[in-house]
Design a binder for this molecule. Structure first.
Ligand SMILES: Nc1nc2c(ncn2[C@@H]2O[C@H](COP(=O)(O)OP(=O)(O)OP(=O)(O)O)[C@@H](O)[C@H]2O)c(=O)[nH]1
Ligand SMILES: [Mg+2]
Length: 289
């Protein structure tokens, strides 16, 4: 079973359609909207499909299916799809609303990068509750990497400051920074993320830097609205989309990338340590269709 096989396919290509008539295109539109791709983007993609099938003389559903896989993959492709970890110690900051999977994603990536031979350090920047640092500690032990943490209620920017110093001293390749999802208002969110950002800029001005916005695929369009607040506060370089397993809403990936204008860099399809992978657009659309 391939990695993306945990994502439910959209229904239409498993159905009885054989020719590319209006019924087919209508049904296709419906299945894409059902998969949370959003009405506007769906219309655009289906229009493109009609035009390409006409131009390329594609007459059968199988041909249209392949063509659509390409069209959607193109919508997911950006100039810089890779995570930039070039200039060490690279800093990867994880942001997003509560419960989306920030801490879990950090744990999974710590394992992945450690396996690749990188020196990984975790920063427990979620000081909102003691359990947050404990959860990250468990992941650090599982991955066999170091963690920098402070007491509950400590200033997250101070934890990050400590972690960056430790990263320099220990010659870490990458620091993964966890943050709290619970932020009572927008101003508070802005302030906290700004402060963390300033510390990183000041301490490691020459390091590679990623701000990854973590989104839960199952929250659909709602999650998107909240996500935009975080995007405004931190300047997002990529998206980590979690919980794609078992959701029939895989189309949300395309809507999100398009809406926020940044690439999806990783996707999560489960709670296990291997259930997070770099995102490959064409593999994903292959699975979705
Ligand atoms: N099915 C599934 N569950 C996931 C995935 N990623 C995370 N989870 C689960 O989602 C829940 C919340 O994950 P956390 O990593 O604690 O989320 P968080 O964003 O750190 O949450 P806060 O720290 O409370 O803001 C946990 O039960 C995870 O196991 C995924 O890709 N698939
Ligand atoms: Mg967390």
């Amino acid at each position: 079973m391939g990695f993306f096989d945990k994502i439910k396919k959209i229904g239409i290509f498993q159905s009885f359609f054989t020719k590319l008539d209006d019924d087919f295109y209508e049904e296709l539109e419906e299945s894409l909207v059902m998969a949370d791709m959003g009405a506007e983007l769906t219309m655009e993609a289906v229009e493109e499909l009609r035009a390409r099938c006409k131009a390329e003389g594609i007459l059968d559903v199988e041909g249209a299916r392949d063509c659509m896989k390409d069209i959607l993959a193109e919508k997911l492709t950006f100039d810089s799809m890779d995570v930039d970890l070039e200039r060490t110690p690279a800093v990867v900051l994880f942001i997003g609303v509560n419960g989306v999977g920030k801490t879990t994603s950090i744990g999974k990536l710590a394992s992945r990068w450690k396996h690749e031979g990188k020196r990984v350090l975790l920063a427990a920047g979620d000081t909102f509750r003691a359990a947050a640092a404990e959860q990250l500690t468990i992941w650090s032990e599982r991955a066999g990497v170091d963690i920098i943490k402070q007491h509950e209620g400590a200033d997250p920017a101070a934890v990050v400051y400590d972690a960056l110093n430790a990263a320099r001293a220990r010659k870490a390749d990458v620091v993964l920074v966890d943050t709290a999802g619970r932020l009572h208002n927008k101003q508070n969110l802005m302030n906290e993320l700004n402060k963390i950002s300033r510390v990183i800029d000041r301490e490691l001005p020459n390091s590679s830097r990623e701000n990854l916005l973590v989104l839960d695929a199952t929250t659909g369009q709602n999650g998107l609205i909240q996500a935009k607040e975080f995007a405004k506060a931190a300047g997002v370089t990529g998206i980590v989309l979690t919980k794609l397993d078992g959701t029939a809403k895989g189309g949300i990936v395309i809507a999100i990338a398009r809406d926020l204008g940044v690439p999806v860099k990783f996707v999560g399809v489960g709670e296990g340590v291997d259930d997070l992978r770099p995102f490959v657009p064409r593999d994903f659309t292959e699975a979705l269709l």
